[in-house]
Ligand binder design. Structure first.
Ligand SMILES: Nc1ncnc2c1ncn2[C@@H]1O[C@H](COP(=O)(O)OP(=O)(O)OP(=O)(O)O)[C@@H](O)[C@H]1O
Ligand SMILES: [Mg+2]
Length: 463
């Protein structure tokens, strides 16, 4: 399956010509191969893309911020002028940043979509989460440099790519906004040659040629119609037209030579990630004890065990379910002997649950000496902070009393898996309709996060 080739235009320096390059390059590339779909969108908060490519005045309600909300990217495309498809720009990218959790999302979304051909992504002059996504997904990153500071800024882009185990050669630099009237004495006669020499000296790859600073090109974005005109149609008699033609050929040749490899890699990594997630889930399922940890009733085969409690030790090598009645009996017996009578379970439920639905509970055992242990029961909030607690001293029962023992110490000794431990913690939570849901990747991550956050301290809050 052929995937799109992604070209990201990036620089942390503002005003170096990124958007001018992205928009015009789209048109020149389309001109080189009419049948090749060319798609353009911008993570910048300007609307240059829309002003250059919009065919009608009607504004579609879908924009680039919806790339991260589960929408099919192909449905966001608008057919634009000059044969270029585009996704409308957005005012709300900044406010919606929190929705984008990691840099690999865009690549995975596009890899799983029906988008084809060339995709050009314009970015803002920051290494924000959108730029990082655009860099992560890119087969080629074009960095316009107009002076020494913009060249120095390339280092952060390189560092990001290296962190993602990518080669520095994904970046290709292009001197832009070059004032060809300025000449120097010495080996480098103009700023283009000087910049290129600096860049090569620092181990960067560069395109052949440059984009000159041209008053005509600058004027294309200011006119009474409110449109922004492309160099190809309105600046044909400038040197910039020839420079863009030359650049587009190089970009197109790179595409033909390398092909779209990045999203193949992303899709491959995603597949293995998902496979790994599935394997981990299977390990958790296999690790479960097959019966209630107290009464030995087998866990129902269909996995439906309403109101059962899931429990696990800190290393995750012991886990299983306890029937609701067994769990209450276990706690009532040792922790709440004062709760007698018919209403006791209801009361206990109220104490345990409080205002929170399905709270996390922590059972903690500290061995004091060979004869006795302190056992604490804490109710935790959703961040793993202890809200309330109760503690008891439990004495080791004599061998003669242990027949059929179902108490808390027995539970801890099962969870220690034959390795008597001085300090043990068990996290407990009531399951929802299907107990196995708790073992699914996302819920289990939440579970582990809570468990890891639980502080080890022996001070008890009064219940
Ligand atoms: N070749 C050129 N000749 C003259 N002016 C140019 C040229 N390329 C871009 N400009 C002008 O330079 C300004 C900055 O260009 P552009 O918006 O493309 O930069 P940018 O890197 O996208 O900026 P930002 O970082 O703010 O997004 C614009 O006014 C644009 O019209
Ligand atoms: Mg821009």
């Amino acid at each position: 399956m052929s995937r799109p080739y992604i070209i990201t235009i990036a620089s942390e320096k503002g005003g170096v010509g990124k958007t001018t390059l992205a928009t015009n390059l789209a048109i020149y590339l389309k001109g080189l191969s009419e049948d090749l779909p060319v798609t353009l969108f911008s993570f910048d908060n300007h609307f240059t893309v829309d002003q250059m490519f919009r065919l009608s005045k009607t504004v579609n309600s879908q924009d680039v911020s919806q790339l991260f909300t589960g929408n099919n990217p192909a449905e966001l495309l608008v057919t634009g002028q000059y044969g270029v498809d585009y996704i409308q720009s957005s005012h709300n990218l900044f406010e919606n940043q929190h929705r984008v959790q990691s840099a690999d999302q865009l690549g995975q979304i596009i890899a799983g979509s029906s988008l084809r051909g060339l995709i050009i992504i314009d970015t803002s002059p920051t290494l924000d989460i959108y730029t990082r996504n655009a860099l992560y997904a890119a087969d080629r990153v074009i960095v316009p440099i107009k002076d020494a500071p913009s060249l120095e800024n390339c280092r952060n882009l390189t560092d990001f790519l290296v962190q993602q185990n990518r080669s520095k050669s994904v970046l290709k630099l292009l001197p832009c906004l070059i004032d060809t009237r300025i000449h120097f004495d010495g080996p480098f006669r103009n700023s283009y040659q000087l910049l290129k020499a600096y860049a090569i000296n620092r181990g960067y790859r560069c395109f052949e040629g440059f984009i000159a600073k041209s008053p005509k090109v600058e004027s294309l974005s200011t006119n009474p119609t409110g449109k922004i005109y492309p160099v190809m149609t309105h600046g044909r008699n400038t040197e910039v037209h020839l420079q863009f033609t030359h650049l587009a050929r190089q970009v197109y040749l790179d595409y033909l030579e390398q092909g779209p490899t990045r999203l193949k890699q992303v899709a491959h990594d995603l597949y293995h990630q998902e496979e790994h997630v599935l394997q981990q889930y299977q390990v958790r399922i296999n690790n479960l004890q097959s019966t209630c940890l107290c009464c030995q009733t087998p866990v129902p085969e269909d996995g439906i065990w309403p109101n059962a409690y899931f429990l696990e030790n800190k290393t995750g090598n012991f886990s299983g379910f306890i029937e609701e009645d067994c769990f209450f009996e276990l706690l009532l017996h040792d922790f709440y002997p004062e709760l007698n009578g018919k209403e006791q379970q209801k009361l206990l439920q109220e104490i345990l649950v409080g205002a929170v639905n399905r709270p996390f509970l922590l059972l903690q055992k500290t061995q004091i000496d060979t004869e006795q242990a302190q056992v604490d029961l804490f109710r935790l909030d959703q961040q793993g902070e202890k809200i309330s607690g109760r503690s008891i001293l439990l004495k080791k029962r004599k061998r003669s009393q242990r027949q059929g023992e179902k108490g808390l110490l027995h539970l801890f000794s099962q969870a220690a898996k034959d390795q008597p431990e001085k300090f043990q913690q068990l996290l407990v939570r009531q399951t929802d309709k299907n107990p196995l849901n708790l073992l699914q990747h996302q819920s289990y991550l939440e579970w582990k996060t809570i468990f890891n956050r639980v502080q080890i301290d022996h001070t008890l809050a009064g219940c």
